[in-house]
Ligand binder design. Structure first.
Ligand code: GLY
Ligand code: MN
Length: 441
């Protein structure tokens, strides 16, 4: 199979066209209209926030830095891009449309935002307009019809070969950056300097990354979304958890690794055990497997490790039933990934809407669907030593389930998370992250 995005893009657009035709028919619309979005400004200030493109726009176009543009899709016609290229001597404006995508669209250039009105469909009432309220232009006000969104969001879970290629391209930026970050950690760098080493190796600035880097030394690994970036390294440095991604043409990778400073430490052994369990979980990303079950199985596997290490004193089944496992593994096993690092429609029952509930007692699971070929998900088991949650274990009368001296021994290391991006196929799963690390080795 080709992995040249230019060769896969036509098929990608054909799939999006077919989905759009169905979605519009369901909603009774003739056109899909998608503003790329606008710049937003800070209150009482002329400073703009980092621009974030409308995901429905970048689903069609490898354009992530073009505010003020529009996409119009009319079944049976060539899709149209209304491409905003302002006259502006303060900023670098988007360059003229170029690259392998342009031949697939009718393109009109506009110099002022309101010029888009001349090129949009005649009757806004016939349009499904997907976007945020500030993108409104004249009578083209985003209406975000639920039927249309339900259909498009549900099917966006199934990645086209083009999309998988782009996610692999993102991985190929993220993996060298992870390796550079590990090297920086081993040389004694601070969280801030590790972050800079990461960005330098990814060739991406913080604003281009799909989410804020989590770079956590020692106890900071116990804060799930720790983004403080300490300016000096603690002494001694014991452990390093890094959860950091990269972007390619609007697609994300999401990778987490955990390292011990001392390869002979018990913490390293705990990392190795979580890593081995994580690989088994990745192998469960198979068509027909219920992701909710994967999450619950992860609780059992991680509890087994906690018991093997003498951290808990009860069976995995008992730890899951009592909620003790959730004190150590308090987030979901993962989420869909693609155009957004936490992709849409994780709970979608069907393309008509509806919600698949989370298992009771597991409020942070972000995906409850049954896996099917084309779905891309993360698998990110973790084990943490979080005071707030461990206090709850004591308050809930479960203190006897835990060996607190063992907890105290591991607390200075914070926690462990190992995260890969995995694509469900007709056969064996494709682990984009492990592929990326193997290539880079
Ligand atoms: N990478 C951060 C998260 O998945 O929440
Ligand atoms: Mn993740």
């Amino acid at each position: 199979m080709s992995t040249d995005p230019a060769l896969l893009y036509g098929e990608h657009l054909a799939i999006l066209n077919a989905r759009t035709e169905k979605a519009l028919a369901r909603g009774g619309f003739d056109h899909l209209v998608v503003p790329s979005g606008t710049l937003h400004y800070q209150v009482f200030d002329d400073r703009d926030y980092p621009y974030a493109v409308n995901p429905h726009f970048k689903a069609w176009l490898p354009l992530t830095r073009n505010p003020g543009s529009w996409l119009v899709v009319t079944p049976g016609a060539k899709p149209k891009v209304i491409y905003y290229q302002p006259f502006d001597y303060w900023h670098v404006v988007p360059e003229a449309p170029n690259g392998w995508w342009v031949g697939h669209f009718d393109i009109v250039i506009i110099r002022k935002p309101e010029e888009a009105l001349q090129h949009l469909p005649r009757d806004p009432a016939r349009c499904a307009i997907l976007g945020e309220p500030p993108s409104a232009l004249g009578s083209f006000v985003p209406n975000n019809p639920q039927t249309v969104l339900d259909y498009l969001h549900y099917h966006r879970a199934f990645k086209t070969p083009y999309e998988v290629t782009m996610m692999l391209a993102a991985t190929r930026k993220g993996v060298p950056a992870h390796r550079a970050a590990e090297a920086a950690f081993r040389s004694g760098a601070s969280e801030f300097d590790i972050h800079l080493a990461y960005c330098a190796a990814a060739r991406q600035d913080a604003g281009e990354l799909p989410y804020n880097n989590i770079v956590a030394l020692n106890e900071h690994g116990a804060v799930l979304h720790y983004t403080e970036l300490g300016r000096s390294a603690p002494q001694p440095v014991r452990s390093f958890l890094i959860d950091a991604g990269a972007s390619a043409a609007g697609y994300a990778c999401d990778i987490t690794r955990t390292y011990a400073a001392d390869a002979g430490s018990e913490f390293q052994a705990l990392i190795d055990a979580v890593d081995a369990a994580q690989l088994k979980m990745c192998d469960q990303v198979r068509a027909g497997f219920d992701y909710k079950q994967l999450h619950l199985d992860a609780h059992l596997a991680l509890s087994g490790i906690l018991r093997d290490f003498g951290i808990i004193k009860v069976s995995p089944e008992a730890a899951l039933a009592s909620g003790v496992s959730s004190a150590f593994f308090p987030h979901g096993i993962g989420h869909g990934i693609g155009l957004q690092v936490h992709d849409v429609s994780g709970f979608a029952e069907s393309d008509h809407g509806g919600t698949i509930a989370k298992p009771e007692g597991h409020p942070y699971l972000r995906l409850t669907r049954v896996l099917e070929p084309g779905m891309a998900v993360t698998i990110e088991p973790g084990v943490y030593f979080i005071d707030m949650l461990l206090d709850e274990v004591k308050k809930n009368g479960q203190a006897d389930s835990v060996d607190w001296a063992r907890v105290d021994a591991f607390k200075p290391y914070g926690g462990i998370r190992i995260e890969d991006d995995v694509v469900c196929t007709e056969g064996a799963p494709q682990n984009l992250t492990r592929e990326g690390f193997a290539e880079a080795a």
